[in-house]
Design a protein around this ligand. Structure first.
Ligand code: UD1
Length: 360
């Protein structure tokens, strides 16, 4: 019997994780997919470019919520998604990750008494000052189908006594890289365009609230970048660019050692990660991708939900501490085995099957 699945997304990392899942869902003719984009991300280089680059179908609805604080984004998403759920009558709502779009859509679906499937379930940062942590917990509290990227996430859900079906699947974003190394190879032309030699630069991103809303943290991170022994290639999220200006940190924009560039697409990012001496980031997505490419990652946050990376000696946590960042870039990865604890290319297949099996 035909079942309708409403997938809600809204921000860059969700498009990346959904691309391979949508591809696999197409193999199930009984599943009718309706896509809703909340509009949380609206700039082309954070949204539309990913849809074309990763071949994602255009969403049927765009709620156009735009930027706002978490409370505003939650209320706009819930009020605009609610009539769509009433009109479409889906059999399930699928959400992914831990953005405000994830938490708000999951809550809205729960109020409509709809089953919620959460892709990237069970991760915890254990700090409710982090908006993503609130979104993780809100979403898992109403979900009934949990797709976990790691055994750690499965164990957390077990400990929390969650009722529902738990599927250990790995990270679907990594499926893209696993199955399309040729796209990474083709994107490596960016190195010559940026005049970079493999292993002779650091690749960095920074956009988490703790690092962009606290002047001291952002200033420390930029200062550390400016002092490193290799140039730092730094695609800047609009939130971070705004913070640099608002905090009067513009002097770093002309630092000799930091090359600020606009946000770049998925494959170019992979090429720059793969060839970097180290990755420095507060993005969970980049932590995973660096791990996958066997590149040591310096986490500019005070914790990570990707604990496997630390346990396996493939990264360390420095927070915005200048000395720690400076000494962390001298670490090397001691293990040479492939980094497979976060996914082995099968996540999206398992997710599509799990969604289909839910209705059996
Ligand atoms: C959001 C997610 C974060 C994810 C990140 C990926 C939450 C709480 N956070 O953070 O988990 O890692 O997306 O990028 O949901 N802006 C633009 N253009 C856009 C979108 C945003 O200029 O298209 C600017 C606006 O000034 C906005 C700010 O960026 O206020 C923050 O955007 P928002 O979507 O609230 O959070 P992100 O920092 O992108």
């Amino acid at each position: 019997m035909q079942k309708k699945i409403c997938i809600v997304c809204g921000a860059r990392p969700q498009f990346i994780k959904l691309a391979p899942v949508l591809h696999e869902l197409a193999a199930y003719p009984d599943l009718d997919v309706v896509m809703v984009h909340t509009g949380q991300h609206y700039d082309n280089n954070l949204s539309a470019d990913f849809f074309s680059e990763l071949n994602i179908q255009a969403p049927k609805y765009n709620l156009g919520i735009g930027s706002g604080n978490a409370g505003e984004q939650y209320s706009w998403i819930i009020s605009k998604l609610s009539p769509i759920l009433t009109a479409e009558c889906p059999d399930m709502v699928v959400v992914v990750g831990d953005t405000n779009s994830t938490g708000a859509a999951a809550l809205c679906a729960a109020f409509h008494q709809l089953p919620v499937a959460h892709i990237e379930a069970g991760l915890r940062e254990y700090d409710l000052r982090i908006p993503e942590e609130i979104n993780k917990r809100v979403t898992d509290s109403v979900a009934s189908l949990f797709f976990c990227p790691t055994q750690t996430a499965v164990d957390i859900l077990k400990r929390e006594g969650k009722a529902g079906k738990v599927v250990l699947c790995g990270d679907p974003g990594l499926d893209l890289i696993f199955h399309h190394p040729e796209n990474v190879a083709a994107a490596e032309q960016i190195l010559s365009e940026l005049n970079l030699e493999p292993g002779a630069y650091y690749f960095a991103t920074c956009h988490r609230q703790i690092n962009t809303e606290v002047r001291e943290n952002l200033a420390s991170i930029l200062r550390a970048f400016s002092l490193l022994d290799k140039p730092v290639i730094f695609p800047v999220h609009p939130r971070t660019r705004e913070a640099i200006i608002n905090f009067s940190l513009e002097s770093f924009l002309t630092s000799n050692n930091i090359r600020f560039i606009d946000p770049i697409g998925f494959w170019l990012t992979q090429a720059l990660i793969k060839n970097a001496a180290k990755v420095l980031t507060d993005s969970g997505g980049l932590v995973k991708e660096a791990y996958f490419h066997n590149v040591y990652v310096v986490i500019l946050d005070t914790q990570t939900e990707w604990v496997e990376v630390i346990k396996e000696g493939r990264g360390c946590i420095t927070g915005p501490d200048i000395d720690k960042i400076k000494s962390a870039v001298s670490y090397t990865i001691s293990q040479t085995a492939n980094a497979m604890s976060l996914g082995n290319g099968k996540a999206s297949k398992k997710i599509a099957k799990g969604i289909n099996d839910f209705f059996k």
